[in-house]
Structures are given as C-alpha cells and as structure tokens.
Design a protein around this ligand. Structure first.
Ligand SMILES: Nc1nc2c(ncn2[C@@H]2O[C@H](COP(=O)(O)OP(=O)(O)O)[C@@H](O)[C@H]2O)c(=O)[nH]1
Ligand SMILES: [Mg+2]
Length: 213
C-alpha cells in the first residue's frame, strides 16, 4: 500500500477589494470553514480600533513609533499607508504559518499585494472582490454606520483608486450574492491547492506507485 504523506506547499491567498465590497465577510467565512488548513495573517496597524474590534484578532493595534520600529527593523513583509494610517504584515507570523503547513489568508490592499508579488511570486494567489455596482458599495459603507460621513466619503474616493488595480489580480469575483461569491472563492482555493508545483509530496508518491507496477 502506498503510504506517502502528501505534503503540500501552502497558498498565500490575498483578498483585496474596495472597502465595503464584502471581503471581510468572505474572509471570515473561509477561515471558519477551513479552520484546520488556513490561518489569517493579522496585520499590525496604527489606526484606532473600531467598536467590537479585538486587539490581536482583527488587528494588532500599535503606536506609530512601534510601527516605525518594526518597519525599520525588517519585521514587516509588506506595509502600506491608507487614510493616514499604517498597515503591515508581520514576517515572522507568515513564516510560522507556512512552515507549519498552513495556507495564509491576507486582507490587504493592492500595495501589499504588489509587494508580496515581488517577494513571494510562486506562493501568491491574488483575488479581487468587486461590488456589483457603485451604488451598492456606497450603501454598504453608509449602512455599516461605523464611520463618520466624512470618513465614508473618503472611503468612496479611495474605492475608485483601489478598483483601478483590479488588473493586477489573478482572479476577480463580482460579489452579487455572498453565497455565490463564497462558492467561487472556495473553487479558487481548491484549484490552487491542486497545482502541481504546490504538491511537493507528489514525486515520492509517484515513485512508490511506479515501484508497485
Ligand atoms: N498593504 C496592507 N494593507 C492592509 C493591511 N491590513 C489591512 N490593509 C488594508 O487597509 C485597508 C483599510 O482597512 P481597514 O481600516 O480595516 O478598513 P476597511 O476598508 O473597512 O477594511 C483595507 O483595504 C485593508 O485590506 C496590511 O497589513 N497591509
Ligand atoms: Mg476590512
């Protein structure tokens, strides 16, 4: 009987979208359903926590001084400035997840996706979530009711900028319906896990199969 452990190289899955397109909902659901296989990259940020956000779970909230220290010390795999706040991905966290055989999910913007494409092109899978329309996006941003009208207006302006980067992604999901979009996201993850070059245990399995023929 072939008894080769089928190890595979984890996928670095980047989900980007304009604020309010449904990315966080899709990410949370994927993490819940795939809790064994996927880990969330919890970013560090200098922005203030929103009501309900938990330090260490939604973000690791740090001061600007601390962020700068991390950036200068090379602790960040990528970082970006968004709305006068800094956001970044801790290198050590990602390495731990990958080394323990997990896929890693990133909720980061186009600037982060671009940096990861330079440093880890073979592991990266980029998915962009589009809203079905501009009106739908505005409605989601307003009804969320967590931000002041000024902040909502700024986020709408920023949305146009974020959307302009859609051609830099490998997959695009138009979020008409969250269940449908989720099924599409799962299909992407399943297919990407099956890519030959990620299935690093395959040659050993094939050798064993061949030896039995
Ligand atoms: N490059 C980069 N972008 C990030 C990181 N963490 C969060 N972001 C992005 O920063 C933007 C603002 O995030 P946030 O303040 O949580 O507001 P949101 O737009 O409602 O999700 C979103 O596009 C996030 O995807 C990070 O570590 N790196
Ligand atoms: Mg978000």
């Amino acid at each position: 009987m072939p008894n080769v452990p089928l190890t595979r190289r984890g996928v670095l899955l980047v989900l980007s979208s304009p604020s309010g397109a449904g990315k966080t909902t899709l990410a949370k659901r994927l993490l819940q359903e795939e809790a064994e296989e996927i880990r969330m990259s919890v970013s560090v940020t200098t922005r203030a926590p929103r009501p309900g956000e938990v330090d260490g779970k939604d973000y690791r909230f740090v001061s600007k001084t601390e962020f700068q220290r991390m950036r200068e010390g090379g602790a960040l795999l990528e970082w970006a400035e968004v709305f006068d706040n800094f956001y970044g991905t801790e290198r050590a966290q990602v390495e731990d997840f990958v080394n323990s055989g997990h896929d890693v999910l990133f909720d980061i913007d186009w600037q982060g996706a671009r940096q990861l494409a330079e440093t880890m092109p073979h592991d990266l899978v980029r998915v962009f979530i589009l809203p079905p329309s501009g009106g739908a996006l505005e409605q989601r941003l307003t009804s969320r009711n967590m931000d002041s009208p000024e902040v909502v207006a700024r986020r709408m302006a920023k949305a146009a900028d974020e959307i302009s980067h859609w051609p830099e992604y490998d997959y695009v999901i138009v979020n008409h319906d969250v269940d449908e979009s989720y099924a599409e996201l799962k299909a992407v993850v399943t297919a990407e896990r099956l890519r030959r070059e990620r299935q690093v245990g395959l040659s050993a399995l094939v050798r064993e199969i061949e030896s039995e023929l």
